[in-house]
Design a protein around this ligand. Structure first.
Ligand code: PHE
Length: 338
């Protein structure tokens, strides 16, 4: 018996365990019901009383030793595996990827940009935190103009505010480029207004600026007319109404005709069928002079349109606040749209 115990211990100690397979082989050899350890116990049970007394202790020690070899190796393998990182199974099917979607404002903005790019406009950008010169003064706002009033503008300090329109980018472009200039400036603007279904304290605009020799109001009308035909569909009617902006002279606002057939159109146009989408005009001579462009040689037009209103119309959305709530159920509906 003594020899058998010794021999089994030797075998267990010298068993090479480098992998889970080895570990399992070890278990099969020594620890299962029909394994060597149990074999030895069966033999032990056949011994007489005296021999049982003699070998009971050593045999139990052996059993514990073999079990702890198994336990230690098992723990060691586990920690090695953890250190080596996760095991990848290339044959498993992938987890479904929840693809995001573009925001409806971005979709419409991109479509508008596309139309102007086709007409040869470049894209320019400016900062959202803007100084008084770029947002107001260079644009010919008189010192006490109501648009500078606290009601409309979020002031940051005496010199800086959040831009109230993308017209500030007109100034930045004129500063850094010589005519001919043909550019659009999409971006976010801020106004200190009460939030409602139709207005928000921030929204998006696309500014347009075209300066060259001999640019006329007819060019402005034709450019905007072309845009409307491309964007809203051929045959879409437009009208220009005289208006006022400090930085354009003459100034106008442009409406597109949606009609009054659907409830939606009536609501959006307040019953008139016409939806105002932009302000525009010929760049005021003072603005050109403020930016060192000679009004004797050059003339130009500018326009600025709101993106939210057009998006409301395009998707039949009733309240623009939903654009900024980031409700996933709303945003998901635009999956797959560019
Ligand atoms: N900046 C004007 C606005 O925000 C729009 C505009 C742009 C008007 C360019 C004329 C020319 O209302």
């Amino acid at each position: 018996m003594k020899e058998l115990i010794k021999d089994l211990q030797k075998q267990a100690l010298s068993f090479k365990i480098d992998s889970r397979e080895d570990l399992e082989a070890f278990r099969m050899k020594f620890l299962v019901k029909k394994g060597m350890l149990n074999d030895l116990f069966s033999k032990f049970r056949e011994l007489d009383g005296q021999a049982k007394k003699e070998f009971g202790g050593p045999l139990n020690d052996l059993k514990q030793k073999v079990q702890s070899i198994y336990d230690d190796k098992s723990a060691e393998l586990l920690s090695n595996e953890a250190a080596a990182g996760p095991v990848y199974d290339d044959s498993l099917p992938g987890l479904p990827l929840d693809a995001g979607s573009r925001h409806p404002i971005s979709i419409v903005l991109n479509q508008m940009i596309d139309v102007f790019m086709k007409m040869g406009f470049s894209i320019s950008e400016g900062p959202e935190v803007e100084d008084d010169w770029h947002n107001f003064t260079a644009l010919n706002f008189p010192e006490n103009h109501p648009a500078r009033d606290m009601q409309d503008t979020f002031f940051i300090d005496e010199d800086f505010s959040l831009r109230t329109h993308t017209s500030s980018v007109q100034v930045r472009v004129m500063e850094s480029e010589d005519p001919p200039i043909r550019t659009i400036s999409p971006g976010r603007v801020y106004r200190n207004e009460a939030i409602s279904a139709r207005s928000n304290s921030f929204f998006h605009q696309i500014e347009g600026l075209y300066i060259d020799k001999g640019v006329s109001f007819a060019d402005l009308k034709q450019t905007l007319y072309l845009f409307v035909q491309e964007f809203f569909g051929e045959g879409t009617k437009v009208r220009f109404r005289p208006s006022y902006f400090p930085f354009t002279e003459p100034s106008a606002e442009m409406d597109i005709y949606l009609g009054v057939t659907t409830e939606e159109d009536r609501r959006l146009t307040k019953g008139s069928g016409w939806l105002e989408i932009l302000g525009c005009g010929m760049v005021d001579e003072n603005v050109l002079r403020n930016n060192d462009i000679d009004p004797e040689t050059y003339s130009g037009f500018a326009f600025g349109m709101g993106v939210e209103r057009i998006t409301l119309f395009k998707y039949g959305v009733k309240d623009l606040r939903i654009f900024f709530e980031n409700d996933i159920r709303f945003l998901r509906q635009f999956q797959g749209e560019e």
